[in-house]
Design a protein around this ligand. Structure first.
Ligand code: UD1
Length: 420
């Protein structure tokens, strides 16, 4: 296991390239299972979750080759539609292969997911959706099995109890090969859902309405190969915007999509951060003013993303006044707050509300990362803390941030990765 040593107090300045979005790349890899032809994917981030998903589709029977700019995947020949426990225990997104495998092979067997320890994270909506397309669902010894009718999945009406990002992606992938029309109601509207829909369309799928709450799909008999570049990671970009705002100096983010970052940019500007959007899509964050506290409530897109809540909380420890941070998407997603308190932050937690009072001087100490975004929050806090912060269990960070230590170091941070 590795840990990260951060010596705080340095201003960051320079340019940070934004990688492809992990959460768009995961369904994109799963979608390659929908055709026997070659699909080329570019801008996949080099992170552990993507390597796990690549191993998973190779294990199912895909031929995966490293190309110049990305991966070429061909899922021809015999496929074993199983996602085994060994491969998926660290990654909940394994449930993303349920839909494509049920559609392509008529059967999918997926180990129940592990992944981030943020509350109860069921997959009941994925399963209810597959049932609505005619599948039979069984649970057996820790595995979920979905079996399509003899002639394949049948188009149907899938009405999500609440918007689910991977659930929407999973059902989108299931319905593109189902017979007839499917309607996904109360669908997630995240940019990653729009990205997977546009990739599926390049593969020959017939989809309308992605990015809204109702998606219509006309099933087709088969899909074909395509070439797709993954969208930039809005959560990675948001994390570096906050790093720039907390440390002062000037950071330029290359290759982000400001339109995907709107709720984050809006909140940061309200807190007094200066963010410039250049014509070429670059974002520049500068901070020479005192930060002021603002309230934030996480919501499904286009609301403030839950994946930025922890990082925003770190920012609020450096703002004057009281900030109410409300988490409505996941239960039990304040583990980072306890570690921030140990660094000197003034945070009061009651249910899904955290009240952050600032500005507080943070002090470096040993802290434990509990999930991916919590780790990012602790790194941000470490960048401004006095002395040395040691972030343990950084494997969480390595699941989702490509080269975080290198990118921050290139911008002037003092960070070392040390073996435990
Ligand atoms: C995705 C993202 C994750 C992000 C989350 C919310 C990926 C790989 N992960 O996760 O980074 O934090 O969206 O933006 O894209 N729920 C159920 N039953 C289900 C599915 C979900 O009750 O079958 C609940 C969840 O517990 C949660 C809410 O619905 O409370 C939304 O979760 P969901 O959008 O499904 O999150 P993920 O797709 O797992």
């Amino acid at each position: 296991m590795q840990r990260m040593h951060i010596h705080g107090g340095r201003r960051l300045s320079g340019r940070i390239p934004i990688s492809g979005a992990k959460n768009a790349a995961l369904p994109a890899l799963a979608a390659t299972l929908l055709t026997g032809e070659t699909v080329s994917l570019r801008r996949l981030p080099n992170v552990v979750d993507i390597r796990t998903m690549t191993r998973l589709i190779a294990n199912i029977g895909s031929n995966v080759e490293q190309g110049g700019e990305g991966l070429s995947v061909q899922a021809s020949g015999d496929l074993d539609p199983t996602a085994p426990y060994e491969l998926v225990k660290t990654m909940r997104a394994s449930s993303l292969v349920l839909g494509p495998l049920a559609a392509r092979c008529g059967r999918a067997r997926v180990s129940l997911p592990g992944g981030c320890a943020i509350g109860t994270r069921p997959i009941d909506m994925h399963l209810a959706g597959l049932r609505a397309l005619g599948a039979t669902i069984r649970q057996d010894r820790g595995y979920i099995e979905a079996v399509a009718p003899r002639n394949g999945l049948i188009g149907g009406r899938v009405s999500f109890r609440r918007p689910t990002v991977t659930g929407t992606e999973d059902l989108l992938m299931a319905s593109v090969l189902a017979k007839g029309e499917s309607v996904l109601e109360n669908a997630a509207r995240e940019p990653e859902v729009v990205d997977i829909a546009s990739m599926l369309r390049k593969m020959g799928a017939c989809i309308e309405g992605e990015g809204t709450s109702t998606i219509h799909v006309q099933g087709v008999d088969q899909l074909h190969g395509a070439d797709h570049a993954i969208i930039p990671d809005r959560i990675e970009a948001g994390t570096y915007l906050i790093a720039g705002a907390m440390t002062g100096g000037e950071l330029t983010l290359e290759g982000s999509r400001p339109d995907h970052l709107r709720p984050i940019i809006t909140k940061m500007r309200q807190a007094g951060c200066e963010i410039e959007e250049k014509d070429n899509g670059e974002l520049v964050v500068r901070n020479d003013r005192a930060l002021i506290s603002v309230d934030v409530t996480t919501r499904e897109h286009p609301g403030f993303p839950t994946d930025m809540q922890a990082q925003f909380m770190a920012l609020m420890t450096q703002a004057s006044g009281a900030s109410n941070v409300v988490e409505t998407v996941f239960e039990n997603r304040f583990m980072h707050a306890l570690e921030l308190q140990r660094m000197g932050a003034d945070i009061e937690i009651g249910g899904n509300l955290a009240i952050v009072r600032g500005k507080t001087a943070l002090t470096g100490t040993d802290v434990m990362a509990s999930d991916l975004r919590a780790s990012a929050c602790l790194v941000l806090a470490g960048l401004v803390a006095r002395g040395r912060t040691v972030v343990h269990r950084i494997y969480h960070l390595q699941r989702g941030y490509e080269g975080l230590a290198g990118k921050l170091t290139a911008a002037g941070a003092s960070i070392e990765i040390v073996d435990e």
